[in-house]
Design a protein around this ligand. Structure first.
Ligand SMILES: *Cc1c(COP(=O)(O)O)cnc(C)c1O
Length: 419
C-alpha cells in the first residue's frame, strides 16, 4: 500500500489519536532529507524532536546497528556484555561526569533521576525527618516526558488533565527566575531539575547567567542541580551540552536521550557523581532493555559521529547563520525569533486569528518541501539535523520567509497552496 490517504485512514482507524501529525507519510530518510510514499522529498526541520542530530540513516549508525544485531542484541543485565563498559567510559569522558546509568527513553531517564535524587536526599545528605518527604523543584512549562511522575511535575493542562492522581513531591517555580527558586527552597528540597532551554515550551531561553547562579545556589544549599539535556544535549545548541554556554554550570545530574543514539534505537542515560548514582544497589532499579548491546553499539557510534564530523561546531556556526537570517526577516507576523545553535523558535504574533497558530505555516512549508512542527501553538520550531549544510540553512530561511509573505498577503487565514 503506497497510497498516502489510505495509509492515513488505516492509521487513524486502528491507532490511538495521541498525536496530530502533518498529513505526510514518510518512508525513507537520508541525512537531512526524508521522502514520502509518493516520492516527494522534504528537508527535515524537526529531526524527530532533536533525536536525529546525526542525520537520518547515518551509514556508521546503520553499520553499528546491523553488526551488533548479528552478534548479540539482548543478554539482559543478569550478565555483563562487552559493549557496556566502553560506552559508559566514553559518556563520562564526553560529559565530565563520574558515572552513567543507561535506560531507554527520556521519560525513564527522568524517573531514574527522580529516584536517585530522592534516595540521595534521604540516605546520603540527610537532614529530613521521617515525616518529611523529599521535594524536587521543577520549572513551569517544563517537559520531562509522559509517565505519570513526569506529568506530575508538569504545569501543562494538556499533559495532565484526566490523568491524576499525581505523584507528590514536586514544587514548581517560573523558568529563569532565580529569586523564585531561592524562595522555593526548604529543608525538604533535595534537587532542582530543569531544562537549560525549554524545547517543548517553545524554545524558551533563560536569562544569561541563570544556570550558573542556580548551580551556585544549589551548591550552597546542598541541593542537587539536575539538567534535563535530552533535547538540548549532544551538539544541538552549538555546544556539546547547553550548560557549557555558561561558566561553572555543570550539573550534578545530567539527563541525556534522543540524539544519544542518533534516533536509531532508544537509548537514554543519567550521568552523575559516584555519590549520587551510588545510591542504587542491586535490585533497586533497572530495565530489561536498559544498557543493551544493540543500543550501546549505536550510541557509541552516534557519539563518534558527533565528534568526528564536528557537528557541535557546525551547529554553532550554522545556528548563528539561521538565527541571523530569520531575525533579518521583517514581518508583522513575527513576534520574536529565539534560540541557540540549531534549536530555533519563530514566535508568531498573538491576536492574528488562525494566522497566529504555527500549524498552517507548517502545512504551507510542507507543501514547499520543508517539514517542521508547531510547538505550543504559536511557535514554529526549526531544528534540522546537525549535518545540514549552509545552502540548506539558507533554503530554510528563504522558505520560511516566503511562507510568511504569503500569509501577510492572504486576506484571511490560509493562503492558497504555494510552491
Ligand atoms: C523528549 C524529551 C523527554 C522525553 O523523552 P522520551 O524519549 O520521549 O520519553 C524528556 N525531556 C526532554 C527535555 C525532552 O525533550
Amino acid at each position: 500500500m503506497t497510497d498516502a490517504a489510505a495509509l492515513i485512514a488505516q492509521e487513524d482507524r486502528f491507532g490511538a489519536h495521541n498525536y496530530d501529525p502533518l498529513p505526510v507519510v514518510l518512508t525513507r530518510g537520508q541525512g537531512t532529507f526524508v521522502w514520502d510514499v509518493e516520492g516527494r522529498k522534504y528537508l527535515d526541520c524537526l529531526s524527530a524532536y532533536s533525536a536525529v542530530n546525526q542525520g537520518h540513516c547515518h551509514p556508521r549508525l546503520v553499520a553499528a546497528l546491523v553488526e551488533q544485531a548479528n552478534r548479540l542484541a539482548l543478554p539482559s543485565r543478569a550478565f555483563r556484555h562487552d559493549r557496556m563498559g566502553p560506552l559508559l567510559e566514553k559518556l563520562c569522558a564526553l560529559s565530565g561526569m563520574e558515572m552513567a546509568l543507561l535506560m531507554n527513553s527520556g521519560a525513564e531517564a527522568f524517573e531514574t533521576a527522580v529516584k536517585a535524587a530522592r534516595k540521595w536526599g534521604v540516605t546520603v545528605r540527610g537532614g529530613l525527618s521521617a515525616a518529611e518527604a523529599p521535594e524536587i523543584i521543577v520549572c513551569d512549562g517544563n517537559f520531562h516526558g509522559r509517565t505519570v511522575t513526569a506529568i506530575s511535575a508538569s504545569s501543562e493542562p494538556a499533559y495532565r488533565d484526566g490523568f491524576g492522581p499525581f505523584t507528590p513531591g514536586f514544587v514548581r517555580v517560573p523558568f529563569g527566575d532565580l529569586e523564585a527558586l531561592r524562595g522555593a527552597m526548604t529543608g525538604r528540597t533535595v534537587a532542582f531539575l530543569t531544562e537549560p532551554i525549554q524545547g517543548e515550551a517553545g524554545v524558551r531561553v533563560p536569562p544569561d547567567g541563570y544556570l550558573s547562579a542556580a548551580k551556585r545556589l544549589c551548591a550552597e544549599r546542598r541541593v542537587l542541580f539536575m539538567l534535563d539535556e535530552i533535547q538540548t544535549g549532544l551538539g544541538r545548541t552549538g555546544a556539546r551540552f547547553a550548560f557549557e554556554h555558561e561558566p561553572d554550570a555543570r550539573p550534578d545530574v545530567l539527563l541525556l536521550g534522543k540524539a544519544l543514539s542518533g534516533g536509531m534505537y532508544p537509548v537514554s542515560a543519567v550521568l552523575a557523581s559516584r555519590e549520587v548514582l551510588g545510591v542504587f544497589g542491586p535490585g533497586e532499579h533497572g530495565s530489561t532493555f536498559g544498557g543493551n548491546p544493540l543500543g550501546a553499539a549505536v550510541a557509541s557510534a552516534a557519539l563518534d559521529v558527533l565528534l568526528d564530523e564536528h557537528l557541535v561546531g557546525r551547529a554553532r556556526a550554522l545556528g548563528e547563520r539561521l538565527l541571523g537570517r530569520l531575525r533579518a526577516v521583517d514581518s508583522p507576523l513575527i513576534e520574536e525569533v529565539r534560540g541557540r545553535g540549531l534549536l530555533v523558535g519563530v514566535v508568531l504574533r498573538e491576536g492574528l486569528g488562525a494566522r497566529s497558530s504555527a500549524r498552517p505555516y507548517c502545512e504551507a512549508l510542507m507543501r514547499r518541501g520543508l517539514l517542521c512542527k508547531e510547538t505550543h501553538d504559536r511557535v514554529l520550531r526549526i531544528a534540522p539535523p546537525l549535518v545540514v549544510t549552509e545552502e540548506q540553512v539558507d533554503f530554510i530561511a528563504s522558505e520560511v520567509e516566503a511562507v510568511l509573505r504569503a500569509f501577510e498577503e492572504a486576506p484571511t487565514d490560509a493562503p492558497e497552496q504555494g510552491g
